[in-house]
Design a protein around this ligand. Structure first.
Ligand SMILES: Nc1nc2c(c(=O)[nH]1)N[C@H]1C(S)=C(S)[C@@H](COP(=O)(O)O)O[C@H]1N2
Ligand SMILES: [Mo]
Length: 358
């Protein structure tokens, strides 16, 4: 990306500048931790430039003691650090068939970071939840116009109580050991392990404990599964958990290799329990070889995998990777179609050419 903002993302494929939307190139997904400068950005509205001085987090609603807290006070609460993968629900929308409208992401809307902050649970306990509490609303400071709607709106998402009180659901102020950058939500954002990125609300300014389920455009009309033959009026299922998925990160699409031995590399993850197996096929899915899976220090992070490929014949090949998770879920050849192309976890296939060596 060209340097028209001094602290902008460096190694990203920019799809939109305002709002900023940018993906991580597959070749940059080499490490367990994605550096902030390479971490995808998905904004709906312009970035609100918040200063730590005037900023505070307001906790209101169905609580005994509504309060507001500055950044320094938050940092004095018990710290919690978790390695968590984040993926946008629209990731890989670009290859959904039949094609659909929307941001045509390839595979770059995913990354893993070490998030440090406080448990959302601690903040809620400090405020004292009333029995009437049914959901917790996370409110961001960004505002703007959303295509297809009229008037300005903000960005808010609610969590059910079990997710809000989960010990690994965080309000994070650091990403990979450094303060959040403005792109990633400075000074505070939510991190919701196992769920797609849309509830990881950035630029948090408010936490509202609700006595009624929330209705909001992004939550109930946008990040929802709308299948083929959807009849208007029936409830739309909310997008929540990540699906089991893997990516081939090397070799890249269209790469020319020579006959011999190559190491195929990639990443794999899932939302409801870690990935337990990755298999690789180079013969159009006729046979599958188990890949080596690296250990994972966190159940919420991706796992790196490698597979050795001895190729003696020149030709065109498709390298496929297929992950299975602890729940026994396996990536499908073709993910179920939905109107916004969310959660596309169909098997990743990378075409390469092999030429005779020497
Ligand atoms: N306030 C606010 N929070 C937000 C968004 C947003 O537009 N505004 N985008 C969400 C979406 S859809 C995703 S995928 C993640 C992306 O986080 P990142 O930009 O840090 O990668 O942030 C989420 N949090
Ligand atoms: Mo997203």
């Amino acid at each position: 990306m060209s340097n028209d903002t001094s602290k902008g993302p460096e190694d990203l494929t920019v799809m939109s500048r305002e709002p900023l939307i940018a993906g991580t190139p597959l070749g940059s997904m080499k490490d367990l931790e994605t550096p902030a400068a390479n971490f995808f950005v998905r904004n709906h509205f312009p970035i609100p430039r918040l200063e730590s001085s005037g900023w505070s987090l307001k906790v209101t609603g169905e609580v005994e003691r509504p309060f507001s807290l500055g950044l320094d006070a938050l940092k004095e609460m018990p710290r919690r650090e978790v390695l968590v993968l984040m993926e946008c629900a629209g990731n890989r929308r670009g290859s959904v068939q039949p094609p659909i409208e929307g941001l045509l992401w390839d595979n770059g809307a995913v990354g893993t970071a070490r998030w440090t902050g406080v448990r959302l649970r601690s903040v809620l306990e400090y405020a004292g939840l009333l029995d009437s509490a049914v959901e917790v609303l996370l409110e961001g400071a960004d505002r703007g116009n959303q295509q297809g709607t009229t008037g300005e709106m903000g960005y808010s998402m609610s969590l059910p109580m079990d997710k809000a009180l989960h010990p690994d659901t965080l309000l994070a102020y650091d990403m990979n050991g450094e303060s959040l950058s403005p792109e990633h939500g400075y000074p505070l954002r939510a991190v919701v392990p196992g769920w797609f990125g849309m509830t990881a609300v950035k630029w948090l300014t408010g936490i509202q404990v609700l006595s009624q389920p929330f209705w909001g455009f992004h939550q109930n009309d946008y990040y929802v599964y709308v299948g083929e033959g959807y009849d208007n009026g029936s409830p739309k299922e909310r997008v929540t958990y990540l699906q089991v998925k893997s990516l081939v990160t090397w070799p890249g699409r269209g790469r020319i290799l020579t006959t011999g031995r190559h190491e195929i590399r990639g990443m794999a993850w899932s939302g409801q329990g870690p990935v337990t197996k990755v298999e690789v096929s180079t013969d159009n899915g006729r046979t599958w070889q188990p890949a080596n899976l690296e250990d994972s220090e966190s159940p919420y992070a991706w796992r790196q995998w490698t597979s050795c490929w001895d190729v003696s014949q020149p030709g065109y090949f498709l390298i496929r990777a297929r992950a299975t998770d602890q729940m026994g879920k396996v990536q499908p050849v073709q993910a179920q179609w939905n109107y916004r192309g969310f959660a596309n976890n169909s098997i990743h296939a990378v075409p390469v050419e092999v030429r005779a060596s020497g």
